[in-house]
Write a protein that binds this ligand. Structure first.
Ligand code: GLY
Length: 350
Protein backbone atom coordinates (compact mmCIF):
# COMPACT_ATOMS: atom_id res chain seq x y z
CA UNK A 1 0.00 0.00 0.00
CA UNK A 2 1.52 3.35 -0.93
CA UNK A 3 1.38 6.40 1.28
CA UNK A 4 -1.60 8.00 -0.48
CA UNK A 5 -3.60 4.77 -0.28
CA UNK A 6 -2.73 4.50 3.41
CA UNK A 7 -3.92 8.05 4.04
CA UNK A 8 -7.14 7.37 2.14
CA UNK A 9 -7.74 4.14 4.05
CA UNK A 10 -6.98 5.53 7.48
CA UNK A 11 -8.97 8.67 6.89
CA UNK A 12 -12.07 6.80 5.81
CA UNK A 13 -11.65 4.21 8.57
CA UNK A 14 -12.89 6.57 11.27
CA UNK A 15 -13.65 4.79 14.53
CA UNK A 16 -16.60 6.05 16.50
CA UNK A 17 -15.85 3.68 19.36
CA UNK A 18 -12.34 4.98 20.11
CA UNK A 19 -13.21 8.10 22.09
CA UNK A 20 -10.42 8.82 24.54
CA UNK A 21 -11.30 8.67 28.20
CA UNK A 22 -10.06 11.30 30.63
CA UNK A 23 -8.47 8.54 32.70
CA UNK A 24 -6.08 7.54 29.90
CA UNK A 25 -2.73 9.00 30.90
CA UNK A 26 0.61 8.40 29.20
CA UNK A 27 3.19 6.02 30.59
CA UNK A 28 5.66 8.89 30.52
CA UNK A 29 5.58 12.59 29.58
CA UNK A 30 5.99 13.71 25.97
CA UNK A 31 6.96 17.10 24.56
CA UNK A 32 6.66 17.82 20.81
CA UNK A 33 7.72 20.88 18.83
CA UNK A 34 8.50 22.19 15.39
CA UNK A 35 12.00 21.33 14.12
CA UNK A 36 13.45 24.60 15.46
CA UNK A 37 12.42 23.53 18.98
CA UNK A 38 14.87 20.82 19.98
CA UNK A 39 16.16 22.94 22.86
CA UNK A 40 12.56 23.83 23.78
CA UNK A 41 11.53 20.16 24.10
CA UNK A 42 14.63 19.46 26.18
CA UNK A 43 13.98 22.35 28.55
CA UNK A 44 10.25 21.59 28.88
CA UNK A 45 10.90 17.91 29.61
CA UNK A 46 13.38 18.80 32.38
CA UNK A 47 10.76 21.02 34.02
CA UNK A 48 7.98 18.46 33.66
CA UNK A 49 10.19 15.80 35.26
CA UNK A 50 10.66 18.18 38.20
CA UNK A 51 6.86 18.27 38.53
CA UNK A 52 6.38 21.75 37.10
CA UNK A 53 3.20 22.71 35.26
CA UNK A 54 3.04 21.73 31.57
CA UNK A 55 2.30 25.31 30.44
CA UNK A 56 5.17 26.77 32.47
CA UNK A 57 7.37 24.11 30.86
CA UNK A 58 6.46 24.69 27.21
CA UNK A 59 6.58 28.48 27.58
CA UNK A 60 10.03 28.30 29.19
CA UNK A 61 11.04 26.03 26.30
CA UNK A 62 9.95 28.39 23.53
CA UNK A 63 11.40 31.40 25.39
CA UNK A 64 14.84 29.98 24.51
CA UNK A 65 13.95 30.31 20.83
CA UNK A 66 12.15 33.66 21.17
CA UNK A 67 15.26 35.13 22.80
CA UNK A 68 17.64 33.61 20.24
CA UNK A 69 18.63 36.29 17.68
CA UNK A 70 19.66 33.55 15.25
CA UNK A 71 16.12 32.19 14.86
CA UNK A 72 14.57 34.56 12.35
CA UNK A 73 11.07 33.13 12.63
CA UNK A 74 10.29 33.98 16.25
CA UNK A 75 10.70 36.77 18.81
CA UNK A 76 13.97 38.74 18.94
CA UNK A 77 15.66 38.55 15.55
CA UNK A 78 12.40 37.65 13.77
CA UNK A 79 11.99 38.97 10.23
CA UNK A 80 10.03 42.23 10.17
CA UNK A 81 6.92 43.40 8.33
CA UNK A 82 6.88 45.36 5.08
CA UNK A 83 7.86 48.53 7.00
CA UNK A 84 10.82 46.92 8.78
CA UNK A 85 9.00 46.55 12.11
CA UNK A 86 8.97 43.20 13.97
CA UNK A 87 5.39 42.33 14.94
CA UNK A 88 4.89 39.17 17.00
CA UNK A 89 1.95 36.80 17.53
CA UNK A 90 1.60 34.13 20.24
CA UNK A 91 -0.96 31.99 22.03
CA UNK A 92 -1.04 29.58 24.96
CA UNK A 93 -3.55 27.03 26.21
CA UNK A 94 -3.55 25.33 29.59
CA UNK A 95 -5.47 22.06 29.49
CA UNK A 96 -6.26 21.50 33.20
CA UNK A 97 -8.01 24.89 33.51
CA UNK A 98 -9.13 25.17 29.87
CA UNK A 99 -7.31 28.51 29.95
CA UNK A 100 -6.30 30.45 26.86
CA UNK A 101 -4.45 33.70 26.20
CA UNK A 102 -2.94 35.35 23.16
CA UNK A 103 -1.39 38.50 21.71
CA UNK A 104 -1.14 39.66 18.12
CA UNK A 105 0.86 42.30 16.24
CA UNK A 106 2.83 42.94 19.45
CA UNK A 107 5.87 45.22 19.01
CA UNK A 108 8.94 45.70 21.20
CA UNK A 109 8.61 42.66 23.51
CA UNK A 110 10.97 39.70 23.03
CA UNK A 111 8.81 36.97 24.55
CA UNK A 112 5.20 37.25 23.35
CA UNK A 113 4.41 33.76 24.69
CA UNK A 114 4.93 35.05 28.24
CA UNK A 115 2.66 38.02 27.53
CA UNK A 116 0.01 35.64 26.14
CA UNK A 117 0.24 33.56 29.33
CA UNK A 118 -0.32 36.71 31.40
CA UNK A 119 -3.35 37.62 29.29
CA UNK A 120 -4.71 34.23 30.35
CA UNK A 121 -3.71 34.57 34.00
CA UNK A 122 -4.29 38.27 34.70
CA UNK A 123 -7.24 39.32 32.52
CA UNK A 124 -10.74 38.22 31.67
CA UNK A 125 -9.80 38.37 27.97
CA UNK A 126 -8.29 35.89 25.55
CA UNK A 127 -6.71 38.07 22.84
CA UNK A 128 -5.10 41.52 23.08
CA UNK A 129 -3.57 43.10 19.96
CA UNK A 130 -1.22 45.84 18.79
CA UNK A 131 -0.53 48.85 20.99
CA UNK A 132 -2.92 47.53 23.65
CA UNK A 133 -0.87 44.35 23.89
CA UNK A 134 2.37 46.34 24.19
CA UNK A 135 0.90 48.57 26.92
CA UNK A 136 -0.36 45.47 28.75
CA UNK A 137 3.12 43.93 28.56
CA UNK A 138 4.79 47.11 29.85
CA UNK A 139 2.28 47.22 32.71
CA UNK A 140 3.27 43.63 33.54
CA UNK A 141 6.92 44.70 33.79
CA UNK A 142 8.28 43.72 30.38
CA UNK A 143 11.00 45.89 28.81
CA UNK A 144 10.44 47.63 25.49
CA UNK A 145 13.31 46.61 23.20
CA UNK A 146 14.33 46.95 19.57
CA UNK A 147 13.69 43.47 18.15
CA UNK A 148 15.17 44.10 14.70
CA UNK A 149 18.67 42.61 14.61
CA UNK A 150 21.22 43.81 12.04
CA UNK A 151 20.95 40.48 10.25
CA UNK A 152 17.15 40.62 10.00
CA UNK A 153 17.36 44.26 8.85
CA UNK A 154 19.81 43.30 6.06
CA UNK A 155 17.46 40.54 4.87
CA UNK A 156 14.55 43.00 4.89
CA UNK A 157 16.58 45.56 2.89
CA UNK A 158 17.53 42.90 0.40
CA UNK A 159 13.88 41.91 0.03
CA UNK A 160 12.97 45.58 -0.58
CA UNK A 161 15.68 45.88 -3.19
CA UNK A 162 14.10 43.04 -5.17
CA UNK A 163 10.54 44.32 -5.14
CA UNK A 164 10.56 46.45 -8.22
CA UNK A 165 13.40 46.84 -10.73
CA UNK A 166 12.38 50.47 -11.32
CA UNK A 167 12.39 51.71 -7.74
CA UNK A 168 15.26 53.42 -5.93
CA UNK A 169 16.27 50.55 -3.64
CA UNK A 170 19.56 48.83 -4.48
CA UNK A 171 20.98 45.55 -3.31
CA UNK A 172 24.71 46.34 -2.84
CA UNK A 173 25.63 42.96 -4.34
CA UNK A 174 23.95 44.06 -7.55
CA UNK A 175 26.37 46.97 -8.01
CA UNK A 176 28.72 45.88 -10.76
CA UNK A 177 32.15 47.37 -10.30
CA UNK A 178 32.82 50.22 -12.74
CA UNK A 179 29.56 49.83 -14.63
CA UNK A 180 27.10 51.81 -12.58
CA UNK A 181 24.05 50.23 -11.03
CA UNK A 182 22.73 46.81 -11.88
CA UNK A 183 24.02 45.36 -15.13
CA UNK A 184 24.22 42.02 -16.82
CA UNK A 185 26.32 40.42 -14.13
CA UNK A 186 23.64 40.80 -11.50
CA UNK A 187 23.15 37.55 -9.61
CA UNK A 188 20.08 37.97 -7.46
CA UNK A 189 19.50 35.59 -4.62
CA UNK A 190 15.72 35.84 -4.33
CA UNK A 191 14.42 36.56 -0.81
CA UNK A 192 11.15 34.69 -0.45
CA UNK A 193 8.42 35.29 2.08
CA UNK A 194 8.62 32.90 4.96
CA UNK A 195 6.13 31.61 7.60
CA UNK A 196 8.50 30.56 10.42
CA UNK A 197 7.06 29.78 13.82
CA UNK A 198 7.59 27.55 16.86
CA UNK A 199 4.86 25.41 18.40
CA UNK A 200 5.47 23.26 21.49
CA UNK A 201 2.95 20.94 23.21
CA UNK A 202 3.37 18.69 26.24
CA UNK A 203 1.55 16.00 28.17
CA UNK A 204 2.77 14.96 31.61
CA UNK A 205 2.51 11.60 33.36
CA UNK A 206 -0.86 12.61 34.88
CA UNK A 207 -2.23 13.29 31.40
CA UNK A 208 -2.33 17.08 31.79
CA UNK A 209 -1.72 18.89 28.50
CA UNK A 210 -0.62 22.40 27.47
CA UNK A 211 0.60 24.13 24.33
CA UNK A 212 2.12 27.33 22.99
CA UNK A 213 2.65 28.78 19.51
CA UNK A 214 4.79 31.87 18.94
CA UNK A 215 6.01 33.60 15.78
CA UNK A 216 7.12 36.75 14.01
CA UNK A 217 4.58 35.67 11.39
CA UNK A 218 4.87 35.97 7.66
CA UNK A 219 8.05 37.87 6.82
CA UNK A 220 7.54 41.27 5.15
CA UNK A 221 3.80 41.03 5.83
CA UNK A 222 1.41 43.95 5.49
CA UNK A 223 1.63 45.77 8.85
CA UNK A 224 -1.08 44.49 11.17
CA UNK A 225 -1.43 41.15 9.38
CA UNK A 226 -2.22 38.47 11.97
CA UNK A 227 -1.63 34.80 11.22
CA UNK A 228 -2.95 31.63 12.78
CA UNK A 229 -0.49 31.46 15.71
CA UNK A 230 -2.43 33.70 18.15
CA UNK A 231 -5.84 32.43 17.08
CA UNK A 232 -7.14 29.73 19.40
CA UNK A 233 -8.29 26.81 17.26
CA UNK A 234 -6.19 27.78 14.23
CA UNK A 235 -2.49 27.79 15.25
CA UNK A 236 -3.07 26.04 18.58
CA UNK A 237 -5.71 24.00 20.35
CA UNK A 238 -5.60 22.00 23.59
CA UNK A 239 -8.31 19.88 25.18
CA UNK A 240 -7.21 18.21 28.38
CA UNK A 241 -9.51 15.21 27.75
CA UNK A 242 -8.14 14.58 24.27
CA UNK A 243 -4.82 16.15 23.22
CA UNK A 244 -3.15 19.14 21.60
CA UNK A 245 -2.24 20.39 18.15
CA UNK A 246 -0.24 23.39 16.98
CA UNK A 247 0.94 24.43 13.58
CA UNK A 248 3.60 26.09 11.46
CA UNK A 249 3.36 27.06 7.80
CA UNK A 250 0.81 29.11 5.91
CA UNK A 251 -1.36 30.66 8.61
CA UNK A 252 -4.12 31.76 6.25
CA UNK A 253 -4.84 28.10 5.42
CA UNK A 254 -5.19 27.23 9.12
CA UNK A 255 -7.34 30.29 9.81
CA UNK A 256 -9.80 29.29 7.11
CA UNK A 257 -10.16 25.73 8.42
CA UNK A 258 -9.85 26.15 12.23
CA UNK A 259 -7.18 23.55 11.64
CA UNK A 260 -5.74 22.81 15.10
CA UNK A 261 -9.21 22.56 16.60
CA UNK A 262 -10.22 20.13 13.86
CA UNK A 263 -7.18 17.93 14.49
CA UNK A 264 -8.09 17.67 18.19
CA UNK A 265 -11.73 16.96 17.35
CA UNK A 266 -10.72 14.13 15.00
CA UNK A 267 -8.66 12.65 17.84
CA UNK A 268 -11.71 12.94 20.09
CA UNK A 269 -13.54 10.79 17.52
CA UNK A 270 -10.83 8.14 17.73
CA UNK A 271 -8.21 8.98 15.13
CA UNK A 272 -4.54 8.73 16.04
CA UNK A 273 -2.45 11.94 16.04
CA UNK A 274 -1.03 11.06 12.61
CA UNK A 275 -4.40 10.16 11.09
CA UNK A 276 -6.03 13.30 12.50
CA UNK A 277 -3.26 15.58 11.24
CA UNK A 278 -3.20 14.06 7.76
CA UNK A 279 -6.97 14.27 7.52
CA UNK A 280 -6.91 18.01 8.18
CA UNK A 281 -4.06 18.52 5.71
CA UNK A 282 -6.23 16.77 3.15
CA UNK A 283 -9.10 19.15 3.99
CA UNK A 284 -6.78 22.15 3.54
CA UNK A 285 -5.61 20.77 0.21
CA UNK A 286 -9.19 20.24 -0.99
CA UNK A 287 -10.21 23.73 0.15
CA UNK A 288 -7.33 25.41 -1.65
CA UNK A 289 -9.15 26.43 -4.81
CA UNK A 290 -7.37 29.71 -5.59
CA UNK A 291 -5.29 29.21 -8.77
CA UNK A 292 -2.41 31.30 -7.40
CA UNK A 293 -2.12 28.92 -4.42
CA UNK A 294 -1.98 25.73 -6.52
CA UNK A 295 0.91 24.18 -8.39
CA UNK A 296 0.73 22.79 -11.91
CA UNK A 297 -0.69 19.49 -10.57
CA UNK A 298 -3.42 21.27 -8.62
CA UNK A 299 -1.86 20.77 -5.19
CA UNK A 300 -1.21 23.57 -2.69
CA UNK A 301 2.00 25.45 -3.46
CA UNK A 302 2.63 26.02 0.28
CA UNK A 303 3.31 23.86 3.28
CA UNK A 304 1.48 23.41 6.58
CA UNK A 305 2.72 21.23 9.46
CA UNK A 306 0.97 20.01 12.61
CA UNK A 307 2.57 18.85 15.88
CA UNK A 308 0.10 16.57 17.60
CA UNK A 309 -0.07 14.69 20.92
CA UNK A 310 -2.91 12.86 22.59
CA UNK A 311 -3.66 12.21 26.23
CA UNK A 312 -2.07 8.75 26.04
CA UNK A 313 1.26 10.28 24.99
CA UNK A 314 0.99 9.21 21.34
CA UNK A 315 2.39 11.84 19.00
CA UNK A 316 3.02 12.76 15.38
CA UNK A 317 4.50 15.52 13.27
CA UNK A 318 2.65 15.75 9.95
CA UNK A 319 3.39 17.87 6.92
CA UNK A 320 1.59 18.63 3.65
CA UNK A 321 4.88 17.79 1.85
CA UNK A 322 7.67 15.29 2.48
CA UNK A 323 11.14 16.14 3.72
CA UNK A 324 10.21 17.93 6.93
CA UNK A 325 11.10 17.11 10.53
CA UNK A 326 9.82 17.83 14.02
CA UNK A 327 11.38 17.73 17.49
CA UNK A 328 10.15 15.36 20.16
CA UNK A 329 11.23 14.34 23.63
CA UNK A 330 9.45 11.03 24.25
CA UNK A 331 10.51 10.76 27.87
CA UNK A 332 13.71 8.91 26.93
CA UNK A 333 15.26 10.59 23.91
CA UNK A 334 15.16 14.17 22.61
CA UNK A 335 15.50 14.09 18.83
CA UNK A 336 14.39 15.26 15.41
CA UNK A 337 12.09 12.82 13.58
CA UNK A 338 10.78 12.75 10.02
CA UNK A 339 7.25 14.08 9.69
CA UNK A 340 4.53 11.98 8.06
CA UNK A 341 3.26 13.65 4.91
CA UNK A 342 0.39 13.89 2.48
CA UNK A 343 2.35 14.55 -0.73
CA UNK A 344 5.86 13.88 -1.99
CA UNK A 345 7.65 17.22 -2.39
CA UNK A 346 9.10 18.04 -5.77
CA UNK A 347 10.81 21.18 -4.51
CA UNK A 348 11.68 22.44 -1.07
CA UNK A 349 8.66 24.26 0.29
CA UNK A 350 8.50 26.26 3.46
N1 GLY B 1 1.95 30.15 10.80
C1 GLY B 1 2.51 31.41 11.02
C2 GLY B 1 1.89 32.49 10.27
O1 GLY B 1 1.35 32.29 9.20
O2 GLY B 1 1.94 33.62 10.73
Amino acid sequence: MNRREFVKTSVTGLSTAGVLRAAEAPARPVVISSANGLKATNKAMKMIRRGEDTLDAVVAGVNLVEEDPNDQSVGYGGLPNEHGVVQLDASVMHGPTHGAGSVAALEGIKTPSRVAKLVMERTDHVLIVGEGAREFALAMGFQNEDLLTDEAREIWLKWKSQLNPNDDWINPKDRVSGSGLGGENVNLERILKYHGTINCNAVNAKGDISGVTTTSGLSFKIPGRVGDSPIIGAGLYVDNDVGACGSTGRGEANLKTCASFMVVEYMRQGLSPEEAGLRVLKRISENTVEPYLRDETGRPNFNVLFYVINKKGEFAGVSMYSGRQYAVHDGEVNQLCDAAYLYEAKDALE
